[in-house]
Design a protein around this ligand. Sequence first.
Ligand SMILES: Nc1nc2c(ncn2[C@@H]2O[C@H](COP(=O)(O)OP(=O)(O)O)[C@@H](O)[C@H]2O)c(=O)[nH]1
Ligand SMILES: Nc1ncnc2c1ncn2[C@@H]1O[C@H](COP(=O)(O)OP(=O)(O)O)[C@@H](O)[C@H]1O
Length: 204
Amino acid sequence: MAKRGMLIVLSGPSGVGKGTVRKEIFSQEGNNFDYSISMTTRQMRPGEVNGKDYYFVSKEEFEKEIADGGMLEYAQYVDNYYGTPLKYVNEMLDAGKDVFLEIEVKGAMQVREKVSDGLFIFLTPPDLMELRQRIINRGTDDLETIDKRMEKAKDEIEMMQNYDYAVVNDEVTKAAEKIKTIIRAERWRVKRFLPDYKKQLGVD
Ligand SMILES: Nc1nc2c(ncn2[C@@H]2O[C@H](COP(=O)(O)OP(=O)(O)O)[C@@H](O)[C@H]2O)c(=O)[nH]1
Ligand SMILES: Nc1ncnc2c1ncn2[C@@H]1O[C@H](COP(=O)(O)OP(=O)(O)O)[C@@H](O)[C@H]1O
């Protein structure tokens, strides 16, 4: 059986640039990871593709998945559900692939409870004004939603203490570089390396 893959969780407040940084990492290293496509009940935005950006489902379908135990984690975020389907993640990890999740903080904490050897990275904005500006620039939210997201962001940043690494998203390429460095180093953490190495050496 292949060595089980590593679960990499990229999290942080909405609008900080998780999607942007994740896409930058995948454009360079897409062959090295699998991305878990989330399920959501929110409206599809122009340009989004069902099954690529998200699996877009109804509230009823999402609640059925929860009831059937099909979600690794889920959260309700600004009136919609978002979650990670469990089956794909397990299949990929079992096949020895590293799987990347890009999720908000409540979901990340559920994963932390369930997956003790995951790698948890918190992407954080240079400051709150810059975060607000990014959400405005993205042009996907009305003012009321932006205010809700900003209120949430303050609580979300408090959650940083529960993560393994913090990365400031000042520039996209720099943040992506830092995350790649963290992942490379993580592969050589003794707790990940040693069990296999012992097997190889025939010592236990
Ligand atoms: N818990 C959880 N959060 C998710 C998942 N997928 C996306 N999110 C997060 O939900 C929040 C809202 O997502 P979305 O409306 O797409 O906005 P955007 O990511 O800010 O463009 C963001 O912080 C996402 O990272 C998921 O599967 N689980
Ligand atoms: N380092 C950065 N500098 C400036 N703008 C950024 C940076 N990273 C992301 N953005 C912009 O901020 C907005 C929010 O990014 P997005 O990736 O959608 O965030 P998230 O997935 O965390 O909600 C987008 O308009 C994106 O182009």
